[in-house]
Write a protein that binds this ligand. Structure first.
Ligand SMILES: *[C@@H]1O[C@H](CO)[C@@H](O)[C@H](O)[C@H]1NC(C)=O
Ligand SMILES: *[C@@H]1O[C@H](CO)[C@@H](O)[C@H](O)[C@H]1NC(C)=O
Ligand SMILES: *[C@@H]1O[C@H](CO)[C@@H](O)[C@H](O)[C@H]1NC(C)=O
Ligand SMILES: *[C@@H]1O[C@H](CO)[C@@H](O)[C@H](O)[C@H]1NC(C)=O
Ligand SMILES: *[C@@H]1O[C@H](CO)[C@@H](O)[C@H](O)[C@H]1NC(C)=O
Ligand SMILES: *[C@@H]1O[C@H](CO)[C@@H](O)[C@H](O)[C@H]1NC(C)=O
Length: 834
């Protein structure tokens, strides 16, 4: 019996007629509510009674939150008909209607429903804030305040259209704080096309929401809500429910025209804003006119741009940053009706206004949607979307495309109908070319598969070969940057999905990190660009290399290159954390090295003494290991081509880390063999065959290494001439002294105390082998490392090195095909070798 009762109650609750199982205060035909009295809901959430908003002296009958200190009315009966004085009365008249009388006993407001049969009806205030009038005998709902919203939407309250009765529920703003009368703004569902809410200023729309169901409305609201959209023959309506019913919340259309959601924080007794619409300037309906899109992130630039195939209607207005005229089809555009037209994808948009000339089908396949749009020449665009995992929705537009907004994370792809010329342009740009062109796929697919297979086999073979040759495997192979949090903007997101390991930072975060590339943060300047110190918002220190603009690469190519470089991981290589590409700017982001670079120490009179011989020897070994990794162990087998003392950075423990590796690749000089027309390198460190003939090999790096070793030992620069022997280079001086067995004389005096003479001599010996004239005579990197690390290895006698003689270089001589020496340390990134 108990269960039966409960079930009955439950059913009644569901149907909203639940007087028989709740004991809420009830307004019956014999009672009335006078000013000062109120009708309470059962849980005492809401009260109905008389109140005066703000400083107003007028009285209104309304419903407000009981638990909210700040009086907040959620519904008002007589918003346009205030009562003078405090003698208003609410009662149920003999026809069963709720009726409000003023001080002269004149009715100012009534529910005005026709009640059949017996006339006794009662009114309840429900805990949802809904005032209901029901027929006492059968609990039939006669009237409810939720059907007549004022400016506030409460949870479970519906907005939208009842198609059977024609009842349209929408919000209207108040006139002011004092006057709750109907103001200028309304928030109303537009049931045509794909239903959408609009904010109207009078009758002019100034904002439109996302069309249903092209985005779950929940996307605009926090996750603790469930949003319901009813779309059937009887009804098109929307309502929201809170997961936690104890939270007090409301959505209000303010008299400023904004729709805001608030939640009551009883901790500090304040309403907290949860969201607001419209949010961006771009949200303004028609800001960019038709056939355009608006980018809310373009703070400084003009936010409007035309969709593919369209151009500004009035270029002059556009120039003056007035986008309201919108865009029109390009004047020279071809016919778009059976003339080879197609669709260009515009990614990540809030869809255009779909309330007018749009058509929806919620059970189409994605190809059908495109076909359907293509078939009808008046179809201008379409959007498709997975609805619930099974069905695909198709939204086709048959007219103006108004109000597209770029939404980087949650947007949908809009496919805009474009003519054959535009389509060709688009396909050229797009990477999705192969997907589109089936014929080409059928030709290219077997070729691609074969190539893939061949390269896979080749790779496996090489791997096997290498494994048998060099057993040692490198410790840190995996690359995973989790410490840096670069924010990814829309475009970048696209790329990084292809490069999961690469962190792409946006320009603004780099600007912030380096304080707008301030001179104070500049660490140095090289041929490939300037280096700045920076700090990410998470506190991590970084070095940002802002590449000079002469790189010839395209963005994608550049990213691929950075990706490959970033995968090179060795304790003696500087770690690449990511890159940043925006417009002309290309940057590489490295880990920051506390102790800057080697040249900062060894060429400085005071700092050089902080590096003793043991440390210098460790640095030499480290550099050799780093180069060996680049030359032999890394997948790419990179020739550095610009190895020099200033490219050897030092971390906090004075471990050397080679930087700028792979730059030659990035700057398009990556042919592995002989000759190149572009020379990348720095005079003084370049091998003769490279400097003169542009011929390079790993042996050219060995040459540079030799020079670096000599510089480390002597603390002198190779490319500077010395007063006592102006005609000799450092190599020349060392060679002269070596021949006379006096080589120790040139060793940096500041390591005199700490060095082991045999070790120093051995290092000089190895360095001299490295700088030999003939590349064939120079040892390989592997041999260099073996000679350095094992004293047992016998060393051949060095032959006369290259570049013994030098002359100081004048500024005017700086474009050269001849080896020369100068104080100019800057890397030469390009010149034509003859
Ligand atoms: C109203 O009051 C009258 C007498 O005062 C009584 O006869 C009638 O039953 C009451 N009606 C209700 C619905 O209580
Ligand atoms: C009510 O009047 C007082 C004094 O005139 C004023 O300071 C206050 O801002 C007014 N409140 C509202 C809500 O207008
Ligand atoms: C209320 O009072 C104002 C003047 O204070 C008057 O203009 C208005 O007509 C009155 N309204 C009613 C319903 O009596
Ligand atoms: C509404 O229209 C009025 C008059 O045209 C204008 O002053 C006001 O700024 C508009 N409000 C909004 C929110 O657009
Ligand atoms: C913007 O251009 C439209 C015509 O395209 C014009 O009617 C309007 O007045 C212009 N608005 C401003 C602010 O210049
Ligand atoms: C194209 O679509 C529009 C809008 O749905 C419709 O009125 C028109 O008849 C269609 N035309 C053709 C040729 O199907």
């Amino acid at each position: 019996m108990d269960t039966e009762k409960m079930l009955k109650c439950l059913m009644l609750v569901v149907l909203f007629f639940f007087p028989s199982c709740t004991s809420i205060d009830t307004l019956t035909a014999n009672q009335s509510i006078k000013d000062g009295q109120s009708l309470m809901s059962k849980e005492k959430n809401f009260a109905l009674g008389f109140f005066s908003p703000g400083n107003s002296s007028h009285r209104f009958l309304g419903i407000w939150f009981v638990k909210v200190r700040e009086q907040t009315a959620v519904w008002i009966a007589n918003r346009n008909d205030p009562i003078n004085g405090s003698s208003g009365v609410l009662s149920i008249n003999k026809y069963g209607n709720l009726i409000l009388y003023d001080s002269y006993n004149r009715p100012v407001w009534s529910t005005d429903v026709s009640v059949q049969g017996t006339t006794s009806s009662v009114a309840h205030l429900l805990d949802s804030g809904n005032l209901v009038l029901v027929q006492e005998s059968n609990n039939k709902l006669l009237w409810q305040s939720f059907d007549y919203p004022t400016d506030t939407l409460l949870p479970s309250m519906k907005l939208g259209l009842n198609r059977r009765t024609g009842l349209d529920r929408y919000l209207t703003s108040s006139k002011s704080q004092e006057d709750p009368g109907v103001g200028d703004y309304s928030y109303k569902l537009n049931p045509t096309g794909s239903p959408q809410f609009f904010l109207y200023n009078g009758s002019t729309p100034y904002y439109c929401s996302w069309p249903w169901p092209w985005r779950s409305l929940a996307a605009t609201t926090p996750a603790d809500y469930s949003i319901n959209f009813v779309y059937n023959q009887d009804e098109i309506s929307y309502f929201y429910i809170l997961d936690d019913p104890t939270i007090i919340t409301r959505v209000v259309l303010e008299n400023s025209g904004s729709l805001r959601q608030f939640a009551w924080n009883d901790g500090d007794n304040q309403w907290k804003e949860r969201y607001v619409e419209p949010k961006y300037r771009c949200d303004t309906y028609g800001l960019c006119g038709a056939y355009s899109k608006c980018n809310p992130d373009n703070v400084n630039k003009f936010e409007c741009s035309c969709l593919p195939g369209y151009e500004p209607k009035s270029p002059r207005d556009w120039y003056l940053r007035n986008g309201s005229g919108g865009c029109v089809r390009k004047q020279l555009g071809l016919s778009m009706c059976g003339n080879g037209e197609g669709f260009a994808k515009v990614a990540q948009l809030k869809p255009p206004d779909a309330s007018k000339a749009a058509w929806i089908d919620l059970s189409m396949s994605s190809t059908e949607c495109e076909k359907a749009c293509l078939r009808n020449c008046s179809c201008t665009a379409y959007i498709r979307r997975d609805i619930d995992g099974k069905r695909t929705g198709c939204l086709a537009y048959y007219g103006k495309l108004m109000g597209s907004l770029e939404y980087t994370n949650e947007g949908l792809d809009l496919y805009v109908r474009v003519d054959a010329t535009e389509l060709a342009k688009y396909k050229e740009k797009s990477n999705g070319f192969l997907d589109k062109n089936r014929k080409l796929v059928s030709v290219l697919l077997p070729v691609a598969v074969t190539m893939l297979l061949v390269s896979f086999l080749a790779y496996m073979w090489l791997r096997k070969k290498r494994k048998t040759k060099v057993k040692r495997k490198l410790p840190h192979q995996s690359f995973n940057v989790t410490t840096t949090k670069g924010s990814l903007d829309g475009d970048e997101l696209k790329y990084s999905s292809r490069h999961p390991d690469l962190v792409v930072f946006d320009l603004s975060s780099m600007v912030a990190a380096t304080e707008n590339f301030s001179l104070g943060n500049k660490l140095g300047q090289g041929g490939f660009g300037s280096v700045f110190k920076g700090q990410l918002s998470n506190g991590q220190e970084i070095a940002v290399k802002r590449l000079s603009k002469c790189s010839l690469q395209g963005i994608e190519e550049f990213k691929n290159e950075v990706m490959l470089i970033a995968k090179l991981q060795h304790r003696n290589l500087v770690k690449v954390l990511g890159c940043c590409i925006q417009g002309e700017e290309k940057m590489l982001i490295y880990e920051y090295m506390q102790n800057r670079s080697l040249d900062f120490f060894i060429f400085d009179h005071t700092r050089r003494s902080s590096l003793n011989w043991v440390q210098r020897f460790e640095i030499i070994l480290g550099i050799a290991r780093g180069i060996l990794y680049l030359h032999q162990d890394s997948r790419l087998r990179i020739i550095h081509r610009d190895l020099k003392t200033s490219n050897v950075l030092l971390d906090a423990e004075m471990n050397p880390k080679i930087s700028d590796f792979g730059m030659a690749r990035m700057f398009k000089g990556d042919q592995i063999q002989d000759r190149t027309t572009r020379v990348v390198g720095t005079y003084g460190y370049m091998s003769p065959e490279y400097a003169v003939f542009g011929r390079f090999s790993r042996k050219s790096d060995v040459f540079s290494f030799g020079v670096v070793v000599l510089e480390i030992i002597t603390g002198k620069k190779n490319n500077v001439s010395y007063q006592d022997h102006p005609s000799l280079t450092l190599i020349g001086r060392v060679w002269e002294l070596w021949k006379e067995d006096r080589a120790l004389e040139i060793v940096d005096p500041s390591v005199k105390e700490s060095y082991v003479s045999d070790e120093v001599l051995r290092c000089i010996h190895i360095a001299l082998l490295c700088v030999e004239e003939d590349a064939g005579d120079r040892p390989t990197t592997m041999a260099v490392l073996l000679m350095l690390s094992s004293e047992a290895t016998a060393l051949p006698s060095p032959k006369q090195p290259a570049f013994i003689f030098g002359r100081p270089l004048n500024e005017s001589d700086s474009v050269v095909g001849q080896p020369s020496y100068s104080v100019n340390q800057v890397t030469i990134t390009s010149f034509q070798a003859r």
